[in-house]
Design a protein around this ligand. Structure first.
Ligand code: IPM
Ligand code: MN
Length: 353
């Protein structure tokens, strides 16, 4: 009997539904080829629903999500909704409520994709950033007093406990081992200034590392890591870092791998329900034109298969993306400049599975 996975689909705003559709096309091709089944159920969370009902992500939805094997998200962001409402109310709420404590961001330059880095190619840009996804400054601990006065004070505290740091670091060592490339894990932090949190991360990194003698340990300050990502990306295999630093360095990383048209991410709870998404936004101005690039969403779908345990299918998706881009038939990653429509890119990748 073949396995069936239940997938909650949140197409979301703007071009989200268009890219998700192509991702599902590729998922279905992979399911047919590798002998498993996917059952989808759609949810309409996003800007339109919020404008209609005032609701972002109701608590009942969190319980609904727990009935699924994974969540596939298109994009959240609406021009008529004040920035922050949907991000906090949907994306962050999902991460926190489902305890998706890992943000996994592969940084890979596919053949045929242009990088802004001079003299660097696919052999130089192939690493993974593991960002802690529920702690740190994102915890929301802090406050403000004397608001609006000349002496206003505000705090927003970087909060980390040993268990929260340790589970992330342990995941990173396990991931580095399973990836089985250079077997090098780089901790990125700011231990020279963040003496409390940095020390906690650094000691945990070394202590847990004792259990992984096959993995080479390495450390960069976050400011230096920014520099090295640009100068020597080939130096990295797997990077692990705290939440806000991870947020910042993964945007830099997205640009060196060719931009948001190709960058995908996973919000992962290794014991629970994980959510996969293209990193690009909802791109409202391209909505409904069938010109947005679906490759990041397709790549996110591949990551979803990997996390579900369909490793071979995940590899097939990755190599189909690689072949599609390597063929030279997709002229650019930018919307409207691909030389193909959104659905044609989806068809092309699906045909290569
Ligand atoms: C990301 C995003 C989010 C974050 C925003 C939209 C809340 O930038 O996934 O990287 O800061 O984590
Ligand atoms: Mn970000």
């Amino acid at each position: 009997m073949s396995k069936t996975y239940k997938i909650a689909v949140i197409p979301g705003d703007g071009t989200g539904p268009e890219v998700v559709r192509e991702g599902m096309k590729v998922l279905n091709a992979a399911a047919a080829k590798f002998g498993f089944k996917l059952e989808y159920q759609n949810f309409d969370f996003g800007g339109d629903r919020y404008l209609r009902t005032g609701e972002t992500l109701p608590d009942s939805a969190i319980n609904d999500m727990k009935q699924f094997n994974a969540i596939y998200l298109g994009a959240i962001g609406h021009p008529d909704v004040k920035p922050g409402i949907l991000e906090v109310g949907i994306l962050l709420k999902m991460r926190f409520s489902l305890d998706q404590y890992i943000n996994l961001r592969p940084v890979k330059l596919y053949p045929g994709v242009e990088t802004p880095l001079k003299d660097k190619g696919p052999e130089d840009i192939d690493f993974v950033v593991i960002r802690e996804n529920t702690g740190g400054i994102y915890t929301g601990v802090g406050g403000a007093v004397q608001v609006g006065t000349p002496n206003e004070i505000a705090t927003q505290v970087m909060v980390y406990s040993r268990p929260v740091v340790e589970r992330c670091i342990r995941y990173a060592y396990e991931y580095t081992r399973r990836r089985n490339k250079r077997k090098q894990l780089t901790l990125v932090h700011k231990t020279n200034v963040l003496t409390y949190c940095g020390d906690l991360w650094n000691r945990t990194f070394k202590e847990v590392g004792n259990e992984y003698p096959d993995i080479k340990q390495d450390y960069n300050h976050v400011d230096a890591a920014n520099m090295w990502f640009v100068k020597s990306p080939e130096f990295y295999d797997v990077v692990v870092t705290e939440n806000l630093f991870g947020d910042i360095i993964t945007d830099l990383a997205a640009i060196i791998q060719g931009g948001l048209g190709i960058a995908a991410g996973g919000n992962i709870n290794p014991q629970g329900v994980s959510m996969f998404e293209p990193m690009g936004g909802s791109a409202p101005k391209y909505t409904g034109q069938n010109i947005i690039n679906p490759l990041a969403a397709i790549s996110a779908a591949g990551m979803m298969l990997d996390t579900l345990g369909e490793t071979e299918a995940a590899k097939a998706v990755d190599s189909a993306i690689s072949q599609a881009l390597g063929s030279g038939k997709i002229k650019s990653l930018a919307a409207g400049k691909m030389g193909m429509s959104t659905s044609e890119v989806g068809d092309f990748v699906a045909s290569l599975i």
